[in-house]
Design a protein around this ligand. Sequence first.
Ligand code: PEP
Ligand code: MN
Length: 346
Amino acid sequence: MIVSMRLHATQAEIDEVCDRIREFGYKVHSIEGEERVVIGAVGVGDVTPCLESLEAMSQVEKAVRISAPYKFVSREFRPHKSQIRANGSVIGGDEFMMIAGPCSVESEKQIMETAEAVAAAGAKMLRGGAFKPRTSPYDFQGLEVEGLKLLRKAKEATGLPVVTELMSDSDIDVVAEYSDIIQIGARNMQNFALLKAVGHAGRPIVLKRGMSSTIRELLMSAEYIVANGNPNVVLCERGIRTFETETRNTCDIAAVPVLNELTHLPVLVDPSHATGKRSLVPALARAAVAIGADGLIVEVHPHPEKAFSDGAQSLTIPQFRDMMRDLKPYLEIWKQVRAAETAPAL
Ligand code: PEP
Ligand code: MN
């Protein structure tokens, strides 16, 4: 159940509502907007008596039943798309977000060259893993803090905000210090301790869909982060495992409009991990733009054949430039559609 307080309700009035909810046996989570407080009530059983009681309180504007098990991330909770801000850039606004960079940060030369090239081609954020989740313990595990420092250098040189992965809550402070957005990777989508921890990370989160996770599970994981205090979550479809073997994963492109119906959180598509093949990345990128994603996160490497990870799916710099050029007409239409969606009704 979600309870929307009247504009400028006093703290005493809010407390009274919270106490009433607790009397009915529900847990209370409140979110304070600039003008209005919204309270989520979480628990089991029929909410009707509680709902009726709250609606009778003068300080309550509206109390609504939520059927889905996630509340704060639902469209019912917030009918308009959330705009997630990081260092002056916005995801979920009227500009399509392009995030690009290597899978792993490998050296100063590699990250600087990539960052400068993707910035010049129009990327608005830089990606790069310093802590890498690898299937084999013998594979490159990332430069860790050294990699974070190189990302900082690349940010200083290009102005691009940095998106980088956090794998363990023991690294949360250092990753938060060096990043503008923290990525939670597919393998950690249901690491609930980590999700709770990033509720207090003080940074927006890109939450990637687990490779065997349903859309509902993705939303429940996002709910963990929001319920633990961090409303700034961006979702990312990066392909799921199916019986198909021609691509590394199967991009569930329909997840984008499904998520746009179910949640107000912005949605990115990662065509690199979704396909595993650089030749397929531009086509999937076009599909993501056309289907209403809020942005893309794409792997780019100056020498993919020498990459320490994910070389086969990384675009070269000229290929990234070509993709950006070819996306232009699609992005024009994207902008028109977005403007029409957000325009006030006549
Ligand atoms: C990555 O972004 O390089 C990565 C490991 O992604 P995912 O968690 O989607 O596999
Ligand atoms: Mn990768």
